[in-house]
Design a binder for this molecule. Sequence first.
Ligand code: NOJ
Length: 535
Amino acid sequence: MPKPKWLEDAVFYEIYPQSFYDSNGDGIGDIEGIIRKLDYVRDLGCNGIWLNPCFDSPFKDAGYDVRDYKKVAPRYGTNEDLCRLFSEAHKKGIRVILDLVPGHTSEEHEWFIESKKPENNEFSNRYIWTDSWFKRPQGLAFVGGEAERDGAYILNFFKCQPALNYGFLNAKEKWQLPPNHPDCVATREALMDVMRFWLQRGADGFRVDMADSLVKNDDVHKSGTSSVWKTVRAMLDEEFPEAFLVSEWSSPDLSLKAGFHADFLLDHENSGYKSLVRNYKIDWQRRKVVNDVSFFKKDGMHDVTKFLSQYLPWYEKTKNDGYISFITGNHDTPRISLSLDPHELSLAYSVLLTMPGVPFIYYGDEIGMAYIDIPTKEGGYTRTGSRTPMQWSYSALNAGFSTAPPDKLYLPVDTRPNAPSVAAQQAEDSSLLNTVKTLLRLRHTESDLQAIPNFELVNSKDFFDRTARVPFIYKRGKFICAVNPHTRRTTSIISIIGTEKLIPKYKKVFAIGNGTLINGECSMEPQSFGMWKIE
Ligand code: NOJ
């Protein structure tokens, strides 16, 4: 399937609009604020923005409970502001994708208000209802007793988020419609209508929320839900061939075949991503990470093979279909810095940003912003601590996020004495921020380091017999990358798979700490990363 060429060099920055930059001093971030910070995003090296939901909403789930898909929430600005964000971003070479929530709406959406009426109407089947108040849907969360309509309705996530009706695979009950029922087709059409609305106004695509959740009673291959996305992708290929679709699914073998251009690897048990940077438990009572054996921890297990055993089969299977997206974190995960210290972060980012696929940086991760222990806000619960205001400069009020009195902020700013900031890190050559910038500059200048599927593991076979499986060494076209998170020096012979003979000269193009690559032997000092270009 064709995919937009621009994705090859794309690096995205996820912006949580509430917390990025408040341009009007009301204590909450806004679209005008994002426009004013576009130069920052560009200078960081990101040429794409994923904007978390910015639509009209009662905000019981921070905007993932959409009340009107076609209206920007007044607290962020107007539809005109969002269109201006698109055009200003485009002038700077930045694309903007929106957050599309296809599986549910807010209970305050006008479709749902109509759907819950006892009289049959155009929206009666827009959501999933049983046909009697007394009927309890098996295995699906539902609400009964709240509407005049005789029936219970199915939920997709929180209680405020009734599930939209894309039908049931192998429908068993009368109230379960097949996916090709005209009312389920109408839901799909309504979704595409929303997509067209924003794409026609300048959006560059969508991050799709809970993309695997559409058709209920789906099989293990998600064939019902996949068929909805295939229809959507066909529409895009036809009408908006440059638009990008990335899924919250974390199963690239299914999602990319279903039509997504990219899929996030999330912190799920089987994702590989977890064993790299989030292989721990959190004791939420004490807000502490315990049993942390993430690959990049200096005192961890240093075993990259768990990651490889999960990632490589997916990569091999999907490399011609689309891209796997690595993330530094997102608005649902604890900040990556909860487990990794700044040096470990720099090693982790060096790997995450030199892998194939389309990477995403969560705002603030580039400076190592902390997870803050604060009370829940708008359905965030333990996620709230990862959503605090961006720390621009501590010489300004509220770290430069807003001019509102501190007690009027959407969420509190990190006020710990050594909290990182953009201003401080811009001034320091070896800061995390400047490391990210250097890595992204390299990625943009060297096509071998971009999204294309040219990854090769080049550790020799004996590597797998060791207890500490480091350094981890991989090749991307003309580049060899090696990382050693261990506290002692480690060495490995590289074996080059394929036809290329490697007696060549290597030129070091990037390094954190010291490492050497001489005649096929790679020796890495403690906690180092190195990248060499084969000449
Ligand atoms: C996933 C989103 O990332 C999360 O923030 C949200 O609460 C749920 N989906 C429900 O939409």
